[in-house]
Design a protein around this ligand. Sequence first.
Ligand code: GLN
Length: 262
Amino acid sequence: MGSPAHLSAASPRPSRLKEIRVLQLYPRDMNIYGDYGNALVLKRRLEWYGYTPVMLSYDPGDEFPTDPDILIGGGGQDSGQDRIQADLLGIGKRLHALAEQDVPMLMICGLYQLFGHFFETREGSRISGIGVLDVETYGTDKRLIGNVVAESDQFGTVIGYENHSGQTYLGDDAAPLAAVTAGEGNNQRDAHEGARHRNVLGSYLHGSLLPKNPAIADFLIATAVQQKFGDQLGELAAPQTAPLPLDALTDRARHIAASRPR
Ligand code: GLN
């Protein structure tokens, strides 16, 4: 019996049969100011592009899921960072390997800090990170809070909300994600926001970030589908089943967030 025409070798597999595995790291402890929204945006946009999202999560002590295609992680209190630290160091090698395989990742605030070398608290104790990103973070007495607008060559105007006392400094192997035009971002000195190594993005921006910055969501998705299936996102129809007012709503959310006072 021959295989159905739509599954034959001659025609590509329909993308709806293609699974993309999205792994959220430490949602129990590292997930504040709406960071879970990033998972929801990836899920929905993958569906709109015709893929089947498989949503996975990993908390301390869990078995690490096999073959994740996109990794995301959020922010948390210093105490949450403390709770996950040992476990994170335990899976550090695996995360390094995935990063070097160019797997796309987005780490926000507390996990951005711990994807760097360390977070040194105001009291001087160090929470070690895994050093996927060449950044160091120092706790300060000043909390940087409010909306941020930053310009990126790749992602255009990036808009989000920051709330952190740690200030992050980039080493030679990390490139800033965007140049800050409103707010603070990484620290009060350098006027840049976030960091990047290969396809690993670190950012201070909550809000959540991805609903207001679909260009970053589509970067994560395009990179994953290209790597896994050789698909070019640009060749697929734009999200066809997206509700029509989506772009207008996104634009409004971006505009309002960008024009809000700090
Ligand atoms: N505890 C860290 C800081 O304040 C991270 C905060 C966060 O994730 N929002 O710098």
